[in-house]
Design a binder for this molecule. Structure first.
Ligand code: R5P
Length: 333
């Protein structure tokens, strides 16, 4: 075992097993097996197979579909590790479910993202790492330190290995994604296009206006989540209506719920979408059959962050923000 990881174990829970395996290989770090049992009524029991007393524990779990199951598993695991007297508990949540419920969008709505943050913290998390959370101010929902790692550089590094950026514009599919899109546009010196999206009701998206030039352009849509694909497909239609030459999608979390797989495949077949790039934050993506989809690995990015947490004298220094741009994403398919 590498010296910098003495006294440290990595635990991949059920939603992030493959990613945890990739991280373990990248870091040459010991993994600790946990037993996850389900009782007849659905209750979950999590038990580490090895002692954790005085150890640094790094837990990897996306709270992806089925979100309530994966979240509950994480909470129970954290409680068990805390009671096993772990020295410190770092929680890596590649996809943080419920992040879209980050404000009262209308009267009597809950702020579930904050509720979830409190639950995770109270269960035992001492430090949180999330990849591309829906809105960065959610850091304030936690009292413990939080790092939010952007995946866009990892996605763009995979994209650049296959395509040219010469005629490209970066598209934000709504106002919420403008900051992300602007960061990429500035980094790659490209123009930005902003969609004016409305939601007439939950899970339905409508593009009212498009701000910026798209005619004859290769459009790269950047977003945090593809869930039903409604936002994406409405954006594609608006871009095509305005004469876009091609559309590529670079999105961190590919949830692909409901009819998303079918609808996106149709859009690819019709030549509306040329290619899609998502990360492996939701491992369910490996079981889907989406045409022209590239899955990009987050393990290198997360491994660098973990090195910084566990060994402040590592080669990256102690600044998390310095690791994003230099990290290339391995293509998994
Ligand atoms: C919305 O604000 C998010 O950034 C995503 O655009 C949205 O959650 C995607 O959801 P769907 O695919 O269901 O439109």
């Amino acid at each position: 075992m590498a010296k910098s990881f003495d006294n440290t174990v990595l635990i991949g829970l059920s939603a992030s097993k493959r990613l945890a395996n990739n991280i373990a290989k990248e870091l040459d770090i010991d993994q600790c097996d946990v037993e996850i049992k389900r009782f007849a009524d659905g209750e979950i029991l999590v038990n580490s197979k090895q002692p954790l007393r005085h150890k640094h524990v790094i837990v990897v779990q996306s709270t992806s579909k089925p979100v309530n199951e994966t979240l509950m598993e994480l909470l129970i695991a954290l409680d068990s590790f805390k009671r096993a007297d772990a020295k410190s508990i770092f929680v890596v949540i590649p996809y943080y479910g419920y992040a879209r419920q980050d404000r009262k969008a209308s009267g009597r709505e809950p702020i579930t993202s904050k509720l979830v943050a409190k639950l995770i913290e109270n269960a035992g998390a001492g430090h949180i790492t999330i990849v591309d959370v829906h809105s960065s101010q959610q850091q304030g929902f936690f009292e413990v330190p939080v790092d939010i790692l952007p995946a866009i550089y990892v996605l763009m590094s995979a994209f650049e290995r296959r395509r040219s950026l010469e005629n490209a514009v970066i598209v934000s599919p709504d106002y919420g994604s403008v900051k992300r899109a602007r960061t990429v546009a500035e980094e790659f010196n490209l123009p930005i296009v902003i969609m004016d999206k409305r939601r007439p009701c939950a899970n339905q998206a409508e593009i009212c206006n498009v701000l910026g030039e798209v005619e004859g352009k290769d459009c790269i849509i950047t977003d945090d989540i593809i869930d039903t694909g409604g936002t994406l497909l409405a954006s594609c239609k608006a871009l095509k209506d305005r004469g876009a030459k091609s559309i590529v999608v670079a999105c961190t979390h590919g949830l692909f719920s409901g009819e998303a797989e079918k609808n996106i495949n149709e859009a690819v077949e019709q030549g509306i979408i040329s290619e899609l790039y998502v990360t492996n934050s939701n491992e369910g993506v490996h079981d889907l059959n989406i045409r022209n989809l590239t899955i990009v690995d987050l393990s290198q990015l997360l491994s660098k962050a973990i090195k910084i947490y566990v060994n402040p004298k590592c080669e990256y220094g102690n600044s998390i923000s310095k690791i994003y741009k230099s990290t290339k994403g391995k293509i998994l398919n």
